[in-house]
Design a protein around this ligand. Sequence first.
Ligand SMILES: Nc1nc2c(ncn2[C@@H]2O[C@H](COP(=O)(O)OP(=O)(O)OP(=O)(O)O)[C@@H](O)[C@H]2O)c(=O)[nH]1
Ligand SMILES: [Zn+2]
Length: 217
Amino acid sequence: MTALSVSAIQVRDALAARDLETPMTADVVSREEKKEKIEYHMREILSLLALDLTDDSLVETPHRIAKMYVDEIFSGLDYTNFPKITVIENKMHCDEMVRVKDITLTSTCEHHLITIDGKATVAYIPRSKIIGLSKINRIVRFFSQRPQVQERLTQQILVALQTLLESEDVAVTIDATHYCVKSRGVMDATSVTTTTALGGIFKRNPATRAEFLSGIR
Ligand SMILES: Nc1nc2c(ncn2[C@@H]2O[C@H](COP(=O)(O)OP(=O)(O)OP(=O)(O)O)[C@@H](O)[C@H]2O)c(=O)[nH]1
Ligand SMILES: [Zn+2]
């Protein structure tokens, strides 16, 4: 087992304290064992759908799906994959908003296990700490790589950044298309869902909130 980083532990504990952690049971199965078992069960599922798994195009599909779940689209369930975070002292005394717009966001709906495709915008007001810009994208990506509901994803990104920056002054908004709405069920191809999570001054001050949301949509 790889040891968790200090950042990963801080973020995990902060989410648990706010009841924002993804519902999970104790993770006792190794990565390799997970892949083997998922591959076995995917073979069962695809066989029940009467797919011929001896066909050369399908033969590797159970193995591909197992690898994709554990190493890619659900890798954010494992805090050993939490990104390395670089936070520096705000020696330049920057006190105006830092906003990263249009962060690519691809997640998976936890109700149907199909794609959520969207964009996130994240901002914070630097206080004592400044975070490496790419780390914001990496945090969005980490929590996106879980089965999700958009509301929880938005809150998890907010609390992770608040914890790492040691400041409440963080804001997150996500616009996303849910393929469970688009490609099945109600089959709505045009609706987009917006969720927003605001902390500290973004919640208290309408002008700060307006500056954050300006020009995003
Ligand atoms: N609040 C929220 N709901 C979501 C999200 N992703 C999917 N859902 C909804 O979860 C609900 C699950 O409803 P159910 O009635 O149990 O499932 P269903 O029979 O497949 O529903 P339909 O999608 O309406 O066909 C649906 O309304 C989905 O649109 C999300 O991120 N947030
Ligand atoms: Zn869904």
